[in-house]
Design a binder for this molecule. Structure first.
Ligand SMILES: Nc1ncnc2c1ncn2[C@@H]1O[C@H](COP(=O)(O)OP(=O)(O)OP(=O)(O)O)[C@@H](O)[C@H]1O
Length: 354
């Protein structure tokens, strides 16, 4: 098991990570997901041993590797983990083979074993043909593979990735995503992967920890996050397209969205709450109905044989996925029809109501 127990990290007055607890079984692919500044890199750096927690414990396979309360930590090189950075940080004066062999030399593996292991990982990453080249003689994508090969060569029990694909072009990112999943299956190492890209998280992870402002918003499988978001932040951060979040205001004995009365009712009698509607649940009409909102059509695009329609009004942006494109031009009015019940409700503080 990999255990993150009540971890807090302060840099002076800044609380970068606030009392985060996450446990995953060995062999998991855990993604730390969140927007810039949410604390995910700081958490990963603590797992790598590059930062020390202010409070809490990190435990790899039953062994405490950092204890913020007792103020001690196991050296990065001695905690059976390997870190792959955004920048590849290869030694420029060493060949591909030399780079991958380096951590094995440091680990005092015998020459014969080193050669066999380097050949094995170069093969695994499909870069054996580049073994004698130098970093400046290979592409960025190939450098990334070398960096990964170098990290997995000593067989770490925990693999840590800090936005490893962010310097690659879109096509290569998709290819490397598949490669990393294959590698995860081949090595069986517990993997912790930091990204702000929710698609990357949802396709690769066995477990996702969504963070915002240093706090853990939700921890679960990709499906759990999609099916049952715990906060309005999670509901709008994960999923493609994101869920629609509509402010609903109490008005007399009923409820209004903008100027219009709506038949639905939040589970708690609050003056204002947020109703979540999935894009597939909205309909787009050319004429008004009792549960539709008149809005300006701002975008239309084809998506997997259907049409994604986005409309805007008074700062409210709604997205629907429909079978047929509405016969309306961009800039004209469409009527976004809401179903009679939202998928779920959130309070003004963003917490789930039911
Ligand atoms: N060494 C440091 N000293 C002071 N503040 C720091 C330090 N490192 C990080 N922070 C602050 O801690 C918070 C979390 O930073 P962190 O890098 O973990 O976020 P992140 O989610 O990884 O962001 P990004 O995706 O932009 O890298 C930020 O407010 C950041 O400014």
């Amino acid at each position: 098991m990999l255990e993150i127990k009540n971890i807090t990290k302060r840099f002076g007055d800044v609380e970068a990570v606030k009392n985060v607890s996450i446990t995953v079984p060995d062999g998991s692919f855990l993604v730390l997901l969140g927007p810039s500044g949410c604390g995910k890199t700081t958490l990963l750096r603590m797992l790598a041993g590059l930062e020390h927690p202010s409070e809490g414990q990190l435990i790899f396979a039953g062994q405490t590797v950092s204890d913020g309360d007792k103020n001690w930590t196991v050296d990065p090189a001695k905690r059976n983990s390997g870190l792959v950075f955004q920048s590849y940080a290869l030694w420029p004066h060493m060949s591909v083979r030399g780079n991958v062999e380096w951590p094995l030399k440091v680990g005092q593996m015998s020459k014969a074993e080193r050669i066999a292991r380097v050949d094995e990982v170069l093969e695994l990453l499909d870069i054996h043909q580049l073994a004698e080249r130098y970093p400046n003689e290979i592409s960025g994508g190939q450098q990334q593979r070398v960096a990964i090969a170098r990290t997995i060569a000593p067989k770490p029990g925990v693999l840590l990735f800090d936005e490893p694909l962010s310097n690659l072009d879109a096509k290569l990112r998709v290819e490397m995503r598949t490669e990393l999943m294959r590698l995860h299956r081949a090595t069986g190492a517990t993997t912790v992967y930091v990204t702000h890209d929710q698609i990357e998280a949802m396709t690769m992870a066995t477990h996702v920890a969504v963070m915002n402002h240093g706090r853990l918003q939700q921890f679960g499988t990709p499906n759990e996050l999609l099916e049952s978001p715990a906060t309005s932040f999670v509901a709008t951060f994960v999923g493609t397209p994101p869920n629609n979040m509509i402010p609903v205001v109490k008005n007399g004995s009923g409820y209004k969205v903008g100027p219009k009365h709506m038949p639905f009712e939040p589970p708690k009698q609050t003056p204002e709450s947020l109703a979540m509607f999935r894009a597939e649940a909205l309909h787009v009409r050319c004429e008004e109905s009792s549960t539709s909102l008149p809005m300006e059509l701002v975008e239309m695009s084809a998506i997997a044989g259907r049409t994604m329609v986005t409309a805007l009004r008074d700062g409210l942006r709604l997205t629907a996925i429909v079978d047929d494109a509405p016969k309306v031009r961009i800039g004209e009015t469409v009527h976004m029809e809401l179903p009679s019940q939202p998928a779920c409700w959130f309070g003004q503080d963003g917490e789930r109501l039911i």
